[in-house]
Design a protein. Structure first.
Length: 161
């Protein structure tokens, strides 16, 4: 079953790179008492993700935050070190919290995974964006296919705020 507006995010733990090394952040810490924009990409460095999706959130960061958003976070079924390297290649990428769902457990719990084996990608996350208020999904936009970015860009999230 796919997560829907009005649902609570499932409990999950993500890996992230901190100044002290590899760290953990869970959905409770990420969302409790906060408004969070959470977007997911099929993969770091992949064409649409790298050229459009992440950059759209970097570009609109200030405008999104001005609407009362505490955190803008990117989820991917990549390891934390790949996400950290990707963040460093994006001007302003350090403003986005990178969350590794390396085993895809969060993505599976949301019902938003797909099998990218035909392109040697394995299990990946569908491209989506959501607005989460205190752990409850307020807005959800999921793309029809991985290369598309028609409903999940930062401009659409900003309009929904």
């Amino acid at each position: 079953m796919t997560i829907a507006v009005g649902d609570r995010l499932p409990e999950a733990k993500f890996k992230t790179v901190t100044p002290d090394g590899l760290g953990d952040i869970d959905t409770k810490t990420l969302c409790e008492g906060k408004k969070v924009v959470l977007f997911a990409v099929p993969g770091a460095f992949t064409p649409t993700c790298n050229a459009k999706h992440l950059p759209s959130f970097v570009q609109h960061y200030d405008a999104i935050r001005a609407k009362g958003v505490d955190t803008i976070a990117c989820v991917a079924v990549n390891d934390a070190f790949v996400l950290d390297a990707w963040r460093k290649t994006q001007e302003g990428g350090d403003r986005i919290t990178m969350l590794s769902d390396g085993n895809g457990t969060f993505t599976e719990a949301l019902g938003l995974s797909f099998d990218g084996s035909m392109a040697a990608l394995g299990k990946r996350s569908k491209r989506y964006a959501m607005i989460v208020d205190d752990g409850i999904v307020q807005f959800l936009a999921v793309e029809e296919a991985p290369p598309m970015m028609e409903v999940s860009g930062a401009d659409k999230v900003l309009a929904a705020l």
